[in-house]
Ligand binder design. Structure first.
Ligand code: FUC
Length: 761
């Protein structure tokens, strides 16, 4: 620091470093209230992909509320819900006195939560992290004077576990009604002073520093009682300094792959705490560093909730409700998929693997659901339960039989809208959910070029979904193919040839054909391509819109410019699909634009995130940015059109997205969409800055991934690319760039980097 003050040349460097650090820290001048609303809107999340915690930063009585992503009620027959686990409750003696210099923060580059305050003239610090290498949550309390910690620590449980205290540990061991065993153990390491057992709590007196190591787990993965494993993890965690260093290396290796600079924020704005800054942004916009922080926060949340256990659910892995909204489950009609939109493009491909493994593990249950129903349709069709969509009980689709037109059972598996991790499924078949899930397997290959993954993992999934649809598709009189009895989530009639289904299937058979080509299966490739080309395609309606159902509906709202429904399912072909593009299919892209303009900008959190991506794919950076402003605003700040859906999402002070309520898909969707504004690679070229808004005139991004196995850096000024570096890190190399109207062949060999300065000579 001293050299910074002394040497003018270094001053600029230190300022730049400071600026970068400031971009990646959320900070607040007061604690999060310990209420359900405080949890949802102000507490700060940490997580290691399996264990997660929310921190409030209360001074005298604080609580670290924790989760294990596998702690679920329900089973194969009942839905259940993702459960809260318990709390570490810290009570400090004589700590109600006024505090000064209070600050709580979340450093999302290092994945460390920190609280600092001064009380009785002592500077106190608490740090919390969720370590992936050590598989524990650690909470460290220090002070700048010795012997200042006096108080009590308790471990709580939400499901009737047996609690015990011995030596320096607190233990909870229990089981849920579904038989899932779970255990948590808190080990307290103290420096100076004393720690003693007091009932089911630990008392500490005159301590200099405390390190609380929390292990927790369930029998979900291996069926074994978790206590021995949890004890081992709590006992084996290294000392704080090593634990923290290993943690920072671990998260840094993932989070540090991408840097983003969208321009500078006025300094007076940058100095504000994150909640005040969000309020200012809601009113005035003009805070590119906050937008970049929000992008990094999305990557932080993904790394924190998706490593090697279950995939991120509707709330990632953070939940404090026994009955969370929508069970905090795995929704298949967009939500789980949206969670994984940022995984590949923002260079976190390994975070997508829990999603793949979830699908692979549950396919047998989902296959069984189909064959069981087909068997019932053959033996006792009257017993097939009719299903009424929850949004309209006048819609009465015929009971699903899973039989082909010749009366034989279809092959493969299918999904309903709600799923739990045991194989149970909730309401309504979401028939093309299988193909949308399969797309995530293809995308992993497309970005990583990992042929072993394609052959051994992706191909069997893609192929079986293809078989399901080969058996299920119906031929129209003109020889086209349509998906029967489909829906457009979560609205309107159930019909054949719904645009959502047709577009997802076009995407599926196109991916299947490409996969077959890579794997040297020409017959499978030709078969998939032939089906793709016979699918009834997108159509334009009477007011220039993209049709949501096969024929334009005669309805006062549906299929009219008055429809503001949050699902824009018939634009799947624009994003995440690629059937519609302004360069290849300009007339359909224009219809998509008409539809999107009519749907309006204000909606639920995740819907606004999707719309950012749509506008990015339409190459309208300013409209995409306008949507980002709406999403990154305080909820309800934007006025919806008369008659619009009542839900109005946005962002809470802790930067979590709200539907409302809190639902994490909007964070992930928006992170992916920001990347999509800067780089697109779905069209056979790597397009640089395809949707740059005027607000981001100058900036740079490093480390984004493009399909074909490339890592891309871009710098720009006055809205134009000034420099780019493209590395062929995997796959066959090659590479074509699009910069504005210009297409440049890179001819990269595998492993090679090409750097271009613009304007080109
Ligand atoms: C879908 C959406 C809802 C909500 C739920 C979790 O059904 O239509 O808005 O996001 O998922």
């Amino acid at each position: 620091m001293r050299s910074c003050r002394l040497i003018a040349a270094l001053l600029a460097g230190c300022a730049a470093l400071h600026l970068q650090a400031a971009e990646q820290v959320l900070h607040y001048a007061s604690p999060a209230p310990d209420t359900p609303q405080g949890w949802e809107q102000q507490a700060l999340p940490i997580g290691n992909g399996r264990l997660g915690a929310m921190l409030f930063g209360q001074v005298a009585r604080d609580r670290l509320q924790f989760n294990d992503i596998t702690l679920w009620t329900g089973d194969r027959r009942t839905m259940g819900a993702f459960q809260p686990f318990g709390d570490v409750v810290l009570t400090l003696d004589d700590a109600d006195a006024p505090v000064s210099d209070y600050r709580r923060e979340l450093d999302i580059a290092r994945a460390v939560n920190r609280l600092t305050y001064t009380q009785h003239g002592v500077r106190f610090t608490r740090e919390a992290l969720a370590s992936h290498p050590a598989q524990v949550i650690a909470w460290r309390l220090t002070a700048d004077r010795p012997g200042r910690y006096h108080g009590r620590i308790a471990l709580t449980d939400r499901h009737g576990a047996a609690l015990s205290a011995a030596n320096n540990t607190l233990t909870a061991v229990g089981a849920l009604p579904n038989g899932m065993a779970y255990a948590s153990q808190l080990r307290v390491v103290h420096e100076g002073g004393t720690v003693s057992v007091d009932g089911n709590t630990l008392r500490f007196n005159g301590v200099n520093a405390l390190t609380l190591i929390l292990g927790a787990g369930t029998s979900f993965a291996d069926g074994q009682p978790p206590l021995p494993r949890v004890q081992r993890q709590a006992a084996a965690a290294p000392r704080w300094a090593q634990l923290r260093a290993a943690h920072e290396r671990d998260v840094g290796a993932l989070l540090g792959r991408v840097t983003l600079n969208l321009g500078a924020t006025p300094p007076e704005r940058r100095a504000l705490s994150t909640d005040a800054r969000l309020a200012a942004y809601t009113q005035h916009g003009n805070d590119p560093e906050l937008e970049a922080l929000y992008f990094h926060f999305g990557r932080y949340l993904l790394v924190s909730s998706s490593r090697d256990s279950l995939p991120a659910n509707l709330q990632g892995l953070w939940n404090d409700h026994l009955q969370p909204p929508w069970n905090s489950d795995y929704h298949s009609n967009i939500n789980l998929q949206m969670n994984y939109w940022p995984a590949e493009v923002t260079n976190l491909a390994e975070t997508a693997r829990p999603f793949h493994r979830f699908v692979q593990r549950l396919i047998p249950a989902w296959r069984h659901a189909v064959s069981e129903r087909a068997a019932l349709a053959l033996t006792n069709p009257q017993a097939l339960p009719p299903e009424t969509p929850p949004w309209d009980n006048s819609v009465q689709p015929p009971p699903e039989t899973f039989l082909t037109t010749t009366g034989t059972p279809v092959r493969g598996w299918a999904l309903r809208t709600e799923t739990n991790p045991f194989g149970h499924q909730g309401y309504l078949w979401n028939m093309t959910g299988n193909a949308w899930y399969a797309r995530h397997f293809w995308e992993h290959y497309a970005f990583t070029q990992d042929r072993t993954f394609l052959r051994d993992v992706a191909w069997p999934v893609l192929r079986e979904v293809g078989e399901f649809w080969e058996d299920r598709l119906r031929t129209t009189p003109d020889g086209g193919l349509v998906a029967p009895n489909g829906w457009s989530p979560e609205h309107g009639p159930i019909q054949d040839g719904v645009a959502y289904d047709q577009q997802i299937l076009w995407d599926h058979f196109d991916n299947l054909a490409q996969a077959a080509e890579v794997l040297g299966e020409p017959a499978a490739r030709d078969r998939a391509a032939a089906i793709r080309d016979r699918l009834a395609g997108p159509r334009v309606g009477s007011w220039g819109q993209l049709l949501e159902w096969m024929e334009e509906l005669k309805d006062p709202v549906l299929d009219t410019p008055r429809d503001t429904h949050r699902h824009v399912s018939h634009l799947y072909a624009l994003y995440p699909g690629r059937q519609i593009s302004p360069t290849r299919t300009p007339a359909l892209a224009a219809a998509a634009r008409t539809t999107l303009a009519a749907r309006g900008d204000v909606s639920t959190g995740w819907s606004m995130a999707w719309k950012i991506a749509f506008w990015a794919r339409l190459h309208d950076g300013n409209h995409a940015h306008e949507l980002l402003r709406g999403l990154l605003a305080q909820p309800g700040a934007r006025k919806a059109r008369e008659g619009a859906e009542v839900h109005q999402g946005g962002t809470y002070p802790n930067l979590l997205d709200t539907h409302p309520p809190f639902q994490i898909d909007g964070n992930f969707g928006a992170t992916a969409a920001i990347a999509e504004m800067l780089l697109q690679s779905h069209d056979g070229v790597i397009a640089l800055l395809p949707a740059l808004p005027v607000a981001w005139g100058q900036g740079s991004v490093q480390g984004l991934r493009a399909r074909g196995g490339f890592v891309v850096d871009i710098a720009w000024a006055q809205g134009r690319v000034t420099r780019t570096s493209v590395r062929a890190v995997a796959g066959a190399g090659g590479g074509r760039l699009r910069v504005g109207e210009r297409v440049i062949e890179l001819q990269l060999r595998p492993g090679q980097t090409r750097t271009l300065e613009f304007p080109l000579p």
